[in-house]
Design a protein around this ligand. Structure first.
Ligand SMILES: Cc1ncc(COP(=O)(O)O)c(C=O)c1O
Length: 401
């Protein structure tokens, strides 16, 4: 009989030649467990998904309750399903008044696709502006506005009339004009290696969009749900987009995405043609039940406020001669090392030290630290001590290669 490892290599579509390849049998809180009970402290949360940890009891209970009531019933938008409407109401109550209409989908990429289509339909314009080193997903529309030529060029032709500008370059915002349907931006550029916006930069985008009638799409797929120490990063930067894109932690560990706008803007998807944007599984009731339960946990357990303190503790505890900088806010941190070689060694050998780390797509000299927001102060101290041992190992052994 073939091992799971062999089956993985034989039958699972691969995304790179160097997968992490850890076999996981169970996950609970901030830990994952491999065969024989080998324990790993999860420092990436499935890339900003498990904000309330793995299998939070309240999320598991909500999933079980919903499974006992119904699974999929009908394509999105036809039947009234309690988990969908309750979750939409909860989200809208948390968001600024103008974001009062939720379109649920299955993933971040799909939410981005929906947001782009909505902007084109509402404005009657086609140009889409995006930022260098941005990541909005891997489907063809999202790929067309991915801020890396290496990825775009391999899959051309892509969407026409897209325009790339530089993050934090105010002068480039002049390219937002009356031909522009929308500009899409991550409030914090995550895959670029956690690049924060300069003071007032997002506000300048907002103002330029208001002046030209272009829609401002904010992609909070990675920054949402407390990750940066605010429920949504837009609160931190004092901006309200025309369309907000959410996914990852939105589903509490289940696949769920959403684009959220005003009822007025969203209404443009209703007609000419009818059913111009539809999805079979979008807003799956089990995913919405899980997401709502997870959001309630974030609020009840005060995970947004404590996130900022936890971030400070990480920054204080994590000192090592190899570290050149710890960038970021909340629990979305990029730990920069002196050389990309060290980053690779540290990520590959992290499991030997009981840790799970990961790369950023567009930043070779840093690794990601984004644990579940439920991590405690003492667990942060343990994680930092394990990280320092890993970096000692890296300093000693990575050089030899
Ligand atoms: C900012 C951002 N937008 C969109 C996406 C795409 O989300 P998904 O992988 O769910 O399609 C991601 C995924 O990493 C992301 O980080």
């Amino acid at each position: 009989m073939l091992s799971n490892r062999q089956l993985f290599l034989l039958h699972i579509g691969q995304t790179s030649s160097t997968p992490l390849m850890l076999e996981i049998e169970k996950a609970e809180g901030i830990f994952m467990y491999g065969p024989g009970g080998k324990k790993y402290l999860d420092l990436i949360s499935g890339v900003s998904v498990s904000n309330t940890g793995h299998r939070h009891p309240k999320v598991v209970a909500a999933i079980k309750d919903q499974v006992d009531a119904y699974l999929h019933l009908m394509v999105y938008g036809e039947l009234i399903q309690s988990p969908q409407v309750k979750y939409a109401e909860r989200l809208c109550n948390l968001l600024p008044d103008s974001l009062d209409n939720v379109y649920f989908v299955n993933s971040g990429s799909e939410a981005v696709e929906g947001a782009l289509k909505l902007a084109k339909k509402y404005t009657g314009r086609s140009r889409i502006i995006y930022f260098r080193n941005s990541y909005h997903g891997s489907t063809q529309g999202a790929l067309s506005i991915q801020g890396s030529g290496i990825y775009r060029n391999a899959f051309r032709p892509l969407l026409p009339d897209t325009w790339q500008i530089d993050f934090n370059d105010e002068s480039s915002l002049e390219s937002i004009d009356r031909k522009t349907a929308c500009i899409i931006v991550e409030p914090v550029q995550s895959e670029a290696g956690v690049i924060l916006p300069d003071k007032g930069f997002l506000d300048k985008i907002r103002k330029r969009c208001t002046a030209t009638g272009a829609l401002f799409i904010l992609d909070e797929v990675q920054t949402g749900f407390g990750r940066t120490g605010y429920m949504f990063a837009m609160e931190r930067y004092g901006v309200v987009p025309d369309i907000l894109v959410l996914a990852k932690a939105l589903g509490g560990g289940m696949p769920l995405g959403a684009f959220i706008s005003s009822k007025r803007i969203m209404s443009s998807l209703i007609s000419n043609p009818q059913l111009g944007h539809i999805t079979t599984f979008g807003g799956h009731p089990v995913c919405c039940a899980a997401g709502l339960a997870s959001l309630n946990v974030i609020i009840e357990e005060g995970l947004v406020d404590s996130c900022r303190k936890k971030s400070a503790l990480f920054k204080k505890e994590l000192d090592h001669p190899l570290i050149t900088e710890i960038r970021g806010e909340g629990l979305l941190l990029a730990v920069a090392l002196k050389d990309p070689r060290y980053v690779k060694y540290a990520i590959v050998h992290a499991p030997d030290h009981g840790l799970i780390l990961d790369y950023f797509l567009f930043c070779g000299d840093a690794f990601r630290v984004a644990p579940p927001l439920t991590i405690t102060g003492s667990e942060i101290r343990i994680a930092c001590s394990q990280l320092k041992t890993l970096l000692d190992d890296t300093l000693k052994n990575a050089k030899k290669k």
